[in-house]
Design a protein around this ligand. Structure first.
Ligand SMILES: Nc1nc2c(ncn2[C@@H]2O[C@H](COP(=O)(O)OP(=O)(O)OP(=O)(O)O)[C@@H](O)[C@H]2O)c(=O)[nH]1
Length: 425
């Protein structure tokens, strides 16, 4: 099904002057995803785009109606009314709708995940579980495809944006809203919207928005925060600021054409006191929401999904499966640091060599010293022995001399025994 979403219900030509009148703010240029080529590479444009939106919120807040309004296409088959209760029919179970939209040669495959409204049960405690399961299930499917041997054709069904519908109570967020948003904010780009904002006055909407943002900040809920693609481009910065200033978007949904009192045919809701136009920026933020989703921030929403939410999920999952990450492989090689490292290694090597040489030298000196000490001791012993022998000789000679002087004969044996040259004399 190919639908022109950039031109929601065209009014008859006779009423065109009235459209340009005071009530309706005329859009500058066209609004649509044909602008995407400015955001990404031409190749992606050729391939076409794939975008998945999820709608979450209490039952009956107009989720299905908004999706039809957003894409100006009856994505939802008309809900059958139950004849007995005459109650509005509900979405039961998670439903997926897909449509191909083409604009200026750019193809967009749009997927919408509609979740059943919650809040109807006595105990709504776990109503977030199936929604979280769907988001994670889509991450798992992507992870499984990434791990295949052949990864050339990966089908990406990951949820790129989650429109969270807040009931137009005018009070603060409900405990259930807080619980839901907290459960989802780390898994998906959360975009809060005030449903059925036609039931509130402008002042009430402004005060309610303020209150919601305070609650979100108080509970540390991370909602999607658009970034500037090109900080030098003042137009982009202003556009992003403008879009961000509208969050939470106060929206009105209607896929029906109605006639305004001045004869225009518009998408809107008719009341006894007047008409609320869906595509009128003075009436609600629907145009801004569509602009952000399709025109200005689609690629960024996809990037955030892949780089932040999916990456975190993947890391947690792989760690839980026992995979360890070797961070050293991600260490960037800094040439200065590398040189420094090499220099340190070289220095350490030199120090080691110096120490080894010192050790060998000391060993040799010690050995020499030991040898010298030993020969000194030997010399000393020899010297002592000679000295003792000479002393003994001196004593013998003195004895002989004394005997000769006393006239006593010298015993030849004794002389012989001595072995000194007196024996023959
Ligand atoms: N006043 C008003 N009514 C709306 C708006 N959007 C939808 N409705 C009406 O609200 C009723 C419920 O709308 P649905 O789109 O079926 O709501 P839902 O959130 O999909 O409901 P579930 O399927 O139960 O989750 C319908 O009668 C819609 O016409 C809106 O912006 N303003």
């Amino acid at each position: 099904m190919a639908t022109d979403i950039a031109n929601p219900i065209s009014p008859p030509s006779s009423n065109k002057a009235a459209i340009n009148g005071a009530l309706r703010k005329k859009l500058q240029g066209y609004v649509g995803f044909a602008n995407l080529p400015n955001q990404v590479h031409r190749k992606s444009v050729k391939k076409g785009f794939n975008f998945t939106i999820m709608v979450v919120g209490e039952s009956g807040l107009g989720k299905s109606t908004l999706v039809n309004t957003l894409f100006n296409a009856p994505l939802y088959p008309p809900k059958e009314y139950a004849p007995l209760t005459e109650e509005s029919p509900k979405t039961v179970g998670i439903q997926l709708f897909s449509t191909d939209i083409e604009e200026n040669g750019v193809r967009l495959k749009l997927n919408v995940v509609d979740t059943p409204g919650f809040g109807d049960f006595i105990n709504n405690e776990d109503s977030w579980k199936p929604i979280l399961k769907t988001i994670e299930g889509r991450f798992d499917a992507y992870l499984e495809q990434e791990n295949r041997v052949n990864r050339s054709k990966i089908t990406d069904t990951r949820v790129n944006a989650c429109l969270y519908f807040i009931a137009p109570t005018g009070h603060s967020l409900k405990a259930l809203d807080i619980e839901f948003m907290k459960r989802l904010h780390n898994k998906v780009n959360l975009i809060p919207v005030i449903a059925k904002s036609d039931t509130m006055t402008h002042e009430e909407i402004a005060a309610f928005k303020e209150r919601i943002l305070l609650d979100i900040a108080h509970h540390d809920i991370k909602i999607y925060h658009a970034q500037h693609y090109d900080s030098d481009d003042i137009e982009t910065i202003n556009e992003t600021k403008d879009v961000m200033s509208k969050i939470p978007f106060a929206i009105v949904g209607s896929d029906k054409a109605i006639e305004t009192p001045d004869g225009r045919h518009v998408r809107g809701r008719k009341y006894p006191w007047g008409v609320i136009e869906v595509d009128n920026e003075d009436h609600c933020d629907f145009v801004k929401l569509r602009q952000m989703l399709i025109r200005t921030h689609m690629e960024e929403l996809k990037e955030f999904t892949n780089d932040i939410h999916y990456e975190n999920y993947r890391t947690e999952k792989l760690l839980a499966m026992g995979y360890q990450q070797d961070n050293s492989v991600f260490k960037e090689i800094d040439p200065v640091a590398k040189l420094e490292e090499e220099r340190a290694m070289h220095e350490a090597k030199l120090i080691k060599m110096e120490q080894d040489m010192k050790h060998v030298f000391q060993q040799k000196v010690q050995e020499k010293e030991a040898k010298l000490t030993q020969s000194e001791a030997e010399l000393y012993a020899k010297h002592k022995e000679m000295k003792d022998a000479l002393e003994k000789q001196r004593l013998d000679l003195e004895e002989k001399k004394r005997r000769i002087e006393q006239g006593r004969p010298i015993t030849p044996e004794k002389t012989k025994k001595k072995g000194f040259g007196f024996a023959g004399k």
